[in-house]
Design a protein around this ligand. Structure first.
Ligand code: NAD
Length: 352
């Protein structure tokens, strides 16, 4: 009997990496439900023709379509990644975030619950729904404050974070009220191949390649906690197999870095790999007007998942070099972004 997975948002950054990993095991059959927004990679991935992979273009808010997919494919597991995921876009246009992240998650939860209710025996008992969420739901930390644990009160600051917090709350309610077997995971900033080049690492690299201004919000002093996407995926699969129902797990790598230092590291690695002969990419860095409500620091405590027996493996420096190498081997991928579309008008303001 194959493990049948439904992955929502399987054409996005984390989804492409997750699907690629899951289908390597021929005991797995993966159905990817994705609406194919601007952030999706379906045109680029090489595994499209694999016999244990099925792509279905659909919006998770479409409950009739979701119901028919669940009835037809009878999954054992659902890993819910589909989301609008870029904070700057949520500031400029929150509506899509409310629609997909809240209403879409509601439709998916409700139809998945109805489907699960129709199951019997071990198929029902072993079914799992993984709600993939973010550390941004916890709000912002001051320097020296303790890292976020799973019991921190949610304090989302951006429309994106608020929409993900709402989705987590709905998921919790479906467990508490209906005993629907969900597990919620909260991860930090992921990096790796297939990330749409509006996000910090591929954006900085694309600017290095094009020798264009590298915009950095504020003074770049915001601290983010970075995890390689392979580690995040291994954590998700681990939690799916070993996690306790109704629980939340932080999936992190204990790797806090200031944004400006990430940008400088990318510049240095790019200069070294591409042998720019004395030309310093970090001269392209410019500080731009800060994002409204920009969180100062995120850091997640990973003790709970460590006690379950999992820990991240990828070393930051090696992971970053490999990631940069991947984008340099796939420069077509970086050309997908239109100039400055990712943060609207605000990015145009460069401080003297
Ligand atoms: P992404 O933006 O790269 O991909 C999202 C995917 O979801 C896209 O393929 C898109 O087409 C699809 N999608 C969007 N709306 C949809 C809808 N209504 N119906 C069906 N599909 C839809 O995002 P990502 O970076 O891969 O993130 C995946 C998940 O992980 C998200 O839930 C995000 O909140 C969470 N997360 C990401 C990070 C990170 O650093 N990337 C960190 C923490 C949490």
């Amino acid at each position: 009997m194959k493990n049948i997975y439904i992955v929502t948002g399987g054409s996005g950054f984390i989804g492409s990496n997750l699907v690629s990993k899951l289908i390597k095991d021929k005991n797995n059959y993966v159905i990817n439900i994705d609406k194919l927004t601007y952030a999706s990679n379906e045109d680029f991935v090489e595994y499209k023709s694999q016999s244990n992979y099925k792509f279905i273009k659909a919006d998770i808010i479409n409950d009739k379509k979701i119901k028919s997919i669940l009835t037809k494919y009878k999954p054992n597991f659902i890993i819910h990644l589909a989301a609008e995921s870029h904070v700057d876009r949520s500031i400029d246009n929150p509506k899509n975030f409310i629609s997909t992240n809240i209403l879409g998650t509601y439709s998916l939860l409700n139809e998945s619950y109805n489907y699960w209710n129709s199951l019997k025996g071990s198929k029902k008992m072993n079914f799992r729904f993984i709600m993939v969420s973010t550390d941004e739901v916890y709000g912002s930390l001051k320097s020296g404050e303790k890292k976020f644990t799973e019991s921190n009160v949610y304090s989302p600051n951006s429309p994106y974070a608020a929409s993900k917090a709402s989705a987590d709350m709905l998921s919790r309610a479906w467990f508490k009220t209906y005993k629907f077997p969900i597990i919620i995971t909260n991860t930090c900033n992921n990096y790796g191949p297939w990330q749409f080049p509006e996000k910090l690492i591929p954006l900085t690299l694309s600017k290095c390649i094009k020798k264009q201004i590298i915009p950095v919000f504020g003074k770049g002093n915001q601290i983010r906690d970075w995890i390689h996407v392979d580690d995040h995926i291994s954590g998700l699969i681990y939690v799916l197999n070993k996690g306790k129902l109704g629980e939340k797990y932080n999936i992190g790598s204990n790797n806090e870095i200031k944004n400006i230092n990430v940008v400088k590291e990318i510049c240095d690695i790019f200069d070294e790999i591409s042998q720019t002969k004395g030309k310093k990419s970090n001269k392209l860095i410019r500080f731009v007007k800060d994002r409204p409500g920009h969180d100062t620091r995120y850091a997640i405590d990973t003790s709970k998942i460590s006690k379950l027996g999992w820990k991240a493996k990828v070393n930051w420096k090696k992971g970053l070099i490999d990631t940069i190498g991947w984008y340099l081997d796939n420069t077509e991928y970086l050309k997908r972004i239109k100039e400055n579309t990712y943060s609207g008008k605000r990015l145009g303001v460069i401080k003297k």
